[in-house]
Design a protein around this ligand. Sequence first.
Ligand SMILES: Nc1nc2c(ncn2[C@@H]2O[C@H](COP(=O)(O)OP(=O)(O)OP(=O)(O)O)[C@@H](O)[C@H]2O)c(=O)[nH]1
Ligand SMILES: [Mg+2]
Length: 365
Amino acid sequence: MIIGIGGAGTKVASKLDAEATIINVSETELSKIPVAGRRILAVVHDQHGQFRGSRKNPLIGHDAYLSVRRELQEMARGSTVFSSTGGGTGNGIATGLLQDLARRESIPEAEKTSFGLILPYAPLEPAEFVRNTIDFLRGPLSEAIDSGNTGNIFLFSNRLKFESRLSEEAFNVMIVESLRVFLAIPAKNDTLRLLDGHIDPEDFGLFTARPYFNHFTYFDYDPAKPFEKQLEDNINPLLLTPEAPIEALFLVEVPEGGDPTVFYDVLQYFNDLNVAPVYSVVENPERTQPFITVAQLYSRKPAELLADFNKRNEQHAQVKVRKSLEQYVDLPKLDVNLEREAKRAVKQRGTDDDILQVLKRLGKL
Ligand SMILES: Nc1nc2c(ncn2[C@@H]2O[C@H](COP(=O)(O)OP(=O)(O)OP(=O)(O)O)[C@@H](O)[C@H]2O)c(=O)[nH]1
Ligand SMILES: [Mg+2]
């Protein structure tokens, strides 16, 4: 099942799957999503009553989690949950779910929950979004990953959206189309002629049930060139950059009658990194040259993950602080009228200097 929580989460989830279950504290936002399998309104038990959103406050989202807790825990078994990390609703509700997952003794592979998280682009998004994200990565997410009780975590970043000035809609389509390429791997193994290896839905399920970050990407593969370089040049711009892989999975599609041995270089690349990938090679008549889809699972200590994020956040926060000082702090205004000051100076000295001369001496002209 695909589940979307909060603004970003519901938009992406419903695009990926028209049958998705979407959750928000805002009835208006929920009703604006054109298609969904099910819409769940989470209720806030705050003295202020139901909000139209969580006002970027994860504590409000977490409060709302209590109203959907049982149901969401049930639905999350074997599902993929989408949420942003910057707002209040998605962050708060996902926090509750991750904390509950982390507390469980152990979770069978088939019941693991994967997460698609949308991270803000620190330089251009509000400081609250960045702060909420840091708290989320450092707290509930890292706790849940350490427990081994989550499936793959996909860390999407809004960087490309802001840098390339894409519309939200267009960017969401990119995220969904990209995910579809990765998710199509087992179906391609089922429907296309198999030339080597095999990835069945069970293999794929085991891979996505591993509690690591998943960086997947895909590109036209030129077997005459080093694979490493091609992989580097083709990291998925929608996801955070990966670290050294712990596990890997790849599918090579070759054109009709294409060389079925082009995968050995890829295998060698991963073997050199002490990774034994799950892989397969299929014949795809629609291809004119080999095409590879490759997923790498990596682990990153939250501290490392946050280092870069924090660095940017510090600069960002400083600018924000300066701006709000300028905006909100009433400094006594020194209303200096240069002409009046100059006249006064002239008078005090009792000289015949004219005003212009004084101003020049003061360095104002
Ligand atoms: N890629 C993408 N990012 C989005 C979208 N909507 C919001 N965001 C990002 O998500 C973060 C804000 O989180 P939302 O999902 O809007 O917040 P929420 O979970 O609804 O929480 P509240 O609105 O505070 O109740 C920011 O980083 C936004 O840039 C979207 O449709 N696509
Ligand atoms: Mg919202």
